[in-house]
Design a protein around this ligand. Structure first.
Ligand code: PMV
Length: 341
């Protein structure tokens, strides 16, 4: 029991003694993941349960490192890239409570992220995946990965998938989620070039946007009804490593999700002109015989998947695409893990 252990730690301290306190601190690292069959919509708002299953690829080089220190201060603190970050603190506190119990000591959480936050690059996925792994080790709670995935998913639906590497499927049951690793990180050398078309934070968070879609889009119910078909196609494509089939279902699913967003009231439009120009570049690449497909999340960045033989031309074409500010290039990565502090 976490509580008993925390109590014992404090009972063991002599008055005024601080040096013998067991160090309840740990660091973890996690990568964002990009969904090819997307999560959009919530089944249960209070528990943040997704209305649909999803399938994603964990990235290798984009990364969040998180240190959790149960230092028994007066309140939890969150520091992101060296700056105090009170806006995200309540979600972090709730996540720590779910890992270590509500009677845990207060914690200082320090996060370092090597890519833009809140800009449609799944920074919350890597953040909450890393947070659960670090908190679990710091509090010695011994939860297994699936339990941590469910806790991370309660904070940010896509974060559950970042506990695992490679290609990951999240199944949305009535009462809880389940996760399956469909391929390990080194099984299929998919390459991803992310075209950054805007650096600022998105105007509307995905949680609020999903609620608006569910309440107002006339396409929402058919989005939900068809999701299992897309998941089956994607799962089959991954099983036989069929890049073209995976690309077809991924682009279809992405455009369907954005159709739900666009048809919400008021409309939710995350794209800019460069987003559209990138989509056109990918279409031209394909017309010229290069295997590549795009996907876009709740933001204006375009993620282009290819095989290693096409990644240089993909990067070159995106670099020349009007409005592309810069690019990130990565392969497929591993799941969340502990790192030395
Ligand atoms: O995990 P959230 O609540 O930020 O939602 C993520 C939603 C999408 O990125 C648009 C799709 C997905 O499956 O990752």
């Amino acid at each position: 029991m976490v509580r008993a252990r925390f109590e014992q730690v404090s009972y063991n301290l002599a008055p005024g003694e601080t040096t013998t306190r067991q160090k309840m601190t740990a660091s973890a690292e996690a990568h964002p993941n990009i969904a090819l069959v997307k999560y959009w919509g919530k089944r249960d708002l209070a528990r943040n349960l997704p209305a649909v299953g999803s399938l994603s690829v964990t990235l290798a080089d984009l990364c969040t490192q998180m240190t959790v220190d149960f230092d028994a201060g007066d309140s939890d603190r969150l520091i992101i890239n060296g700056q105090e970050a009170p806006a995200m603190l309540s979600r972090v506190t709730r996540c720590l409570d779910l890992v270590a119990g509500v009677d845990r000591p207060c914690a200082t959480v320090e996060s370092q992220c090597n890519f833009p936050i809140g800009a449609g690059l799944a920074s919350s996925a890597s953040a909450f995946a890393a947070l659960t792994v670090a908190a679990n080790a710091a509090a010695e709670t011994g939860h297994e990965a699936l339990v941590l995935a469910k806790i991370a998913g309660a904070a940010s639906g896509s974060a559950a998938r970042s506990l695992y590497g490679g290609v990951v499927e999240l199944s949305a049951g009535d009462d809880e989620i389940d996760l399956t690793q469909l391929a390990e990180a080194d099984e299929w050398p998919l390459q991803v070039v992310v075209a950054i078309t805007a650096e600022e934070e998105k105007p509307l968070g995905s949680g609020a946007a999903m609620i608006r879609s569910a309440e107002t889009s006339p396409f929402y119910s058919s989005w939900i009804e068809r999701q299992d078909d897309d998941l089956a196609l994607a799962r089959d494509a991954v099983a036989v490593k069929d890049f073209v089939a995976l690309g077809e279902v991924a682009e279809h699913n992405c455009l369907k999700m954005h159709s739900v967003m666009w048809s919400s009231r008021p409309p939710i439009v995350y794209w800019n002109q460069a987003t559209l120009a990138c989509m056109e570049s990918v279409r031209l690449l394909r017309e010229n015989g290069h295997h590549a497909f795009f996907t876009i999340d709740a933001g204006p960045q375009v993620k282009v998947f290819s095989m290693p033989d096409a990644v240089d031309i993909v990067e070159e074409v995106l670099r020349k695409t009007p409005g592309v500010l810069r690019m990130l290039r990565t392969g497929v990565g591993d799941g969340a893990r502990l790192i030395p502090k």
